[in-house]
Design a protein around this ligand. Structure first.
Ligand SMILES: Nc1ncnc2c1ncn2[C@@H]1O[C@H](COP(=O)(O)OP(=O)(O)OP(=O)(O)O)[C@@H](O)[C@H]1O
Length: 242
């Protein structure tokens, strides 16, 4: 793995009452140690996972709307304010990698189409076909299978968004091969109890007073999903009738 620590430059934070420094989990970051090639960010909606991931992506030099170092294109995505206030500690440093956010993947696909029109063989890295001509889930898997390789860091924001449960398992297989064979590092914000099950991953929860490591079985994703599947009728009766 390459990225070992994310630190917040607390003495330089201009205002703790303003976004992004007003997010509870973010404002108390001192040093966040990454202890495994696969780190998951988990937490409630709005707990700050994307904000931190985007800041890391920006600091890596990746397009904060999605892409690698060479993907320069305009979007409505704002610059990451937080990026100026974090420090990344590497051992060793890698510059290869990719930031994928499900919500702006459409714009990224358009950017690849434009590169192809300009004469570059841009589709080669994405399964030989426009990402717009593949289903949402197929285009995600094309990205993971064809574009991801070599020693690199991959920052993924909810990669499960378009993937069926079966394809999430396929994704885990690709992830495993990239970690084992290419020594890739992943930081993944996710709500998927399937992805979170990846063995030996570090799971960082944004739900407490500080970002802290928790086990798979301690995640709400596991607990709620398990309870739901084990007691579906009772659970829904309580939920819908009370
Ligand atoms: N550009 C912005 N300006 C002001 N507040 C913002 C901005 N972007 C996000 N926020 C707020 O910051 C908080 C954290 O948002 P963020 O997108 O990081 O959450 P998240 O944990 O990734 O959530 P989700 O699981 O829903 O994707 C939220 O309360 C959100 O409303």
């Amino acid at each position: 793995m390459f990225l070992k620590r994310i630190s917040l430059l607390q003495d330089q934070v201009p205002n703790y009452n303003q976004y992004p420094f007003n997010i509870p989990a973010i404002q108390v970051i001192d040093q966040l140690d990454l202890a495994s090639p696969v780190t998951f960010f988990v937490g409630e909606n709005g707990s700050g996972k994307s904000t931190l991931l985007e800041a890391v992506a920006d600091k890596c030099g990746f397009n904060s709307a999605g892409g690698g170092r060479n993907n320069t294109y305009e979007t409505h995505a704002a610059e990451s304010v937080l990026a100026d206030y974090i420090r990344l500690s590497w051992m060793p440093k890698v510059s290869n990698g990719f930031f994928m956010r499900a919500e702006s993947f459409y714009h990224f696909a358009t950017h690849i189409d434009e590169l192809q029109k300009e004469g570059a063989d841009a589709y080669r890295s994405y399964g030989g076909q426009s990402l717009h001509e593949q289903s949402h889930g197929e285009s995600f898997l094309s990205l993971f299978m064809n574009r991801f390789n070599g020693q690199a860091i991959y920052l993924l924001d909810e990669p499960e968004a378009a993937l069926s449960p079966q394809r999430q398992l396929t994704f885990l297989r690709i992830l495993h091969e990239l970690v084992q064979q290419e020594e890739c590092q992943f930081i993944i914000a996710t709500h998927s109890p399937i992805l979170l099950g990846y063995p030996d991953a570090q799971i960082l929860s944004f739900d407490g007073e500080a970002i802290e490591e928790i086990s798979y079985e301690e995640t709400d994703h596991y607990k709620i999903t398990k309870y739901f599947l084990d007691h579906r009728e009772k659970f829904l009766k309580e939920l819908l009738e009370d």
